[in-house]
Ligand binder design. Structure first.
Ligand code: HEM
Length: 88
């Protein structure tokens, strides 16, 4: 995906929660993790737990040490406009 990265709302993020179209927010950046899915050592089911969500906390609970930024460099699709999970 070329060009500039845009801002992505929580609503748009939540739209990408199917196994063939998975986005995930980590520390304010949104990644299309669909291409990585089959390579995830923890399996598809585990990765799907964060599908369409801000998975920062979950990711850090499981493997804070994993360098996802390098691994997913080419998969970044933009920035999450708000990381708030408490708003209605
Ligand atoms: C391993 C869960 C996202 C990379 C694992 C394991 C689990 C897990 C349970 C352990 C598998 C095992 O040892 O049997 C999750 C969950 C995620 C998530 C719940 C988000 C919802 C990611 C992402 C990446 C990633 C985004 C990288 C782009 C890895 C790597 C390992 C791993 C490299 C192997 C780590 C090691 O053995 O030290 N994951 N994962 N995971 N995951 Fe994830």
């Amino acid at each position: 995906r070329g060009g500039r990265l845009g801002n992505i709302s929580m609503e748009e993020l939540m739209d990408h929660n199917k196994e063939d179209d998975v986005w995930m927010a980590l520390n304010g950046r949104v990644y299309n993790v669909t291409p990585y899915m089959e390579y995830h050592p923890g399996g598809v089911e585990e990765l799907m737990k964060g599908a369409g969500t801000d998975a920062t906390d979950l990711f850090n609970q499981v493997h804070k040490w994993v360098n996802y930024e390098t691994m997913l460099k080419r998969c970044c699709v933009g920035f999450l406009t708000s990381t708030s999970t408490t708003s209605a």
